[in-house]
Design a protein around this ligand. Structure first.
Ligand code: TPP
Length: 317
């Protein structure tokens, strides 16, 4: 990463963290109405991978990839508007969730709740780019739990066979809801299962934004140059429960403490300071994030709910 990208990455990571902390606090205060999923601990993955894409590439993020939505141009206002069921939200107030934040004008395919169906969908986009000979790449994300399901394996087989310009990030955050990795699969090395499909697979420290960015940039460049698909397993930790209602009492405290000491935002901040970035520059980015998120919440909370008479609009089945 050069100096500009490093500061850009920090800006998106701190904005994502501030959004997440604000969202969690609001829901605990009873100010939220929909389902919400914390991305705490995942910031280096969603930001590092998202920043590797070009403007014409397509991405299908998951529920914990808030950073990717933000850096692709989906404003905090529209996302809070969605969470609060407001008309100005991404879904026009239809769904008050971190699911389904799609906007094809931003080349974002909304999260498909049926895990892991975002994989074949994003692969479809990649195949379209291949058939049309467009220099574009499709990227999507899946969890460790989702990597055990059939569509994951079928899609990777097909992606390799047809040399699709496709990048899959596995967010190995140790738990699929309350199920630890050791009860999900016999091996601990998810990426290690994949070379058998005939594609590039690698593992990175998912708490290190520069490592995630370097691996995904290689993968995106290779895919764009006709070199075929890649899978990157990013090892990280889900620091809060599966969703806001889940206290995650099933996660050992020692495990959380171990990952807390490697918090991706703090780790990157320390590295930037050690490499000579003035602390005051980072404080200014933190302050700007706090101001932006507070303003977004004010706008979304004051915005109207959808007109009830519009309830059947956009319903196709
Ligand atoms: C087909 C399907 N089954 C169950 C669910 C309910 N569900 C939503 S997220 C989740 C856990 C997913 O774990 P993982 O794939 O590891 O992703 P993470 O949430 O940890 O990022 C489950 C069981 C679902 N969305 N889709």
């Amino acid at each position: 990463m050069n100096e500009t990208i490093r500061l850009t990455a920090y800006r998106w990571m701190t904005l994502t963290r501030t959004f997440d902390e604000t969202m969690v606090a609001m829901w605990k205060q009873g100010r939220g109405i929909g389902g919400t999923f914390s991305e705490r601990g995942h910031e280096a993955v969603s930001v590092g991978a998202g920043l590797a894409l070009g403007p014409d590439d397509v991405v299908a993020p998951m529920h914990r990839d808030l950073g990717t939505y933000l850096l692709r141009g989906m404003t905090p206002e529209r996302i809070f508007g969605n969470l609060l069921g407001r008309q100005m939200g991404v879904s026009g107030g239809r769904d008050s969730n971190l699911h389904g934040l799609g906007d094809l004008d931003l080349n974002i395919i909304g999260f498909i709740s049926h895990i892991p169906q975002a994989i074949p969908t994003a692969l479809g986009a990649a195949m379209a780019f291949r058939y049309r000979d467009e220099p574009r790449v499709a990227m999507t994300f899946v969890g460790d739990g989702g990597s055990c399901s059939g569509a994951f394996h079928e899609s990777l087989n097909m992606a390799a066979l047809y040399n699709a310009p496709f990048v899959l990030i596995i967010e190995n955050n140790q738990y699929a809801y309350s199920t630890p990795l050791s009860q999900e699969m016999k091996v601990a090395d998810i990426a290690g299962r994949l070379p058998g499909y005939g594609l590039a697979a690698t593992t990175v420290d998912g708490n290190d934004v520069e490592a995630v960015h370097a691996a995904t940039t290689d993968a995106v460049e290779r895919a764009r140059a006709g070199g075929g698909p890649s899978v990157i397993e990013a090892r990280t930790m889900r620091m809060l429960g599966h969703a806001i209602h889940d206290g995650a009492e099933y996660v050992p405290e020692a495990l959380l403490a171990e990952w807390e000491s490697r918090d991706p935002v703090r780790m990157f901040r320390t590295r930037l300071i050690n490499s000579g970035v003035p602390e005051t520059d980072l404080d200014a980015l933190d302050q700007a994030a706090a101001t932006e998120i507070a303003a977004a919440v004010r706008v979304a909370e004051a915005a109207p709910l959808p007109n009830p008479e519009s309830v059947s609009e956009g319903v196709f089945a």
